[in-house]
Design a protein around this ligand. Structure first.
Ligand code: CTP
Ligand code: MG
Length: 222
């Protein structure tokens, strides 16, 4: 068996949002002894070879001082713009790039391993997905267009892993999406799904942070 070619894995952690639904810059909220983004950067660092942290432009100097383990850059107006800013700071030597929402502090190192393994096995991209429990309808102007069979749907999380060149090409078009895999899908790439984690919930509203703090307390209980 030939030695597997060594992949170099970098992660872009996007934390440049404004937290409109949360009502504050949620990435800086405390979660135990750390802040939400610190937890996300720490796990990403453990899981790969390097991290680019993307924060609001006005916070770059402060966060670079607070996070010496990462390359810190300023983000853009949309999530896709922020990913592009992060990608520009990923070394050319990286062969696999993961993109992770700072707002998902409970993504495990094992989840990074799973998406990276799927890309190493030949996929252009790999995303964590969990079955949906609600029925989801496609709507237009308040009227239902169609109801996709629930068994065919998954709710998708981050970290999402990509062959570096595929992600760079997908983002070179300047396209917009609520995740990065959508841009790769649009260019005809093969995106596979690995099992996501129920605990890997995104902090979107204040009750999500209350839940996350409760999870931490539960985890520290004997
Ligand atoms: N994000 C980013 N740059 C943006 C918008 C979002 O880096 N211009 C990041 C957020 O910081 C977050 C992740 O993308 O970690 C997922 O986005 P979301 O949960 O929507 O966070 P916000 O955009 O901050 O929240 P909201 O949409 O409620 O304003
Ligand atoms: Mg947003």
């Amino acid at each position: 068996v030939p030695l597997a070619e060594q992949d170099i894995v970098w992660t872009v952690v996007v934390a440049a949002g404004s937290g409109a639904r949360f009502g504050a810059a949620k990435q800086y909220e405390r979660l135990g002894a750390e802040r939400v983004l610190d937890v996300s950067v720490r796990v990403a660092s453990e899981a790969g070879d390097g991290v680019v942290l993307v924060v609001p432009a006005e916070d770059v100097a402060r966060e670079a001082a607070a996070t010496p383990s990462a390359r810190v850059v300023g983000g853009g107006a949309t999530r896709s713009d922020s990913v592009r800013a992060g990608l520009a700071a990923v070394p050319a030597a990286a062969s696999i790039v993961c993109v992770h929402d700072a707002a998902r502090p409970f993504a495990s190192a094992a989840l990074y391993s799973a998406v990276v393994a799927a890309v190493r096995a030949g996929a252009d991209a790999a995303v964590p997905g969990v079955p949906v429990t609600d029925t989801i309808k496609v709507v237009d102007a308040g009227a239902v267009v169609t109801t996709p069979p629930r068994a065919s749907l998954v709710a998708v999380q981050t970290p999402q892993a990509f062959r570096a060149g595929v992600l760079r090409a997908a983002h070179a078009t300047g396209a917009e999406g609520t995740d990065d895999a959508a841009l790769v899908e649009a260019t005809g790439g093969r995106v596979v799904v690995v099992p996501g984690e129920a605990r890997n919930r995104k902090i979107t509203h204040p009750d999500d942070l209350a839940w996350a703090r409760g999870e931490l307390r539960g985890a520290s209980r004997p």
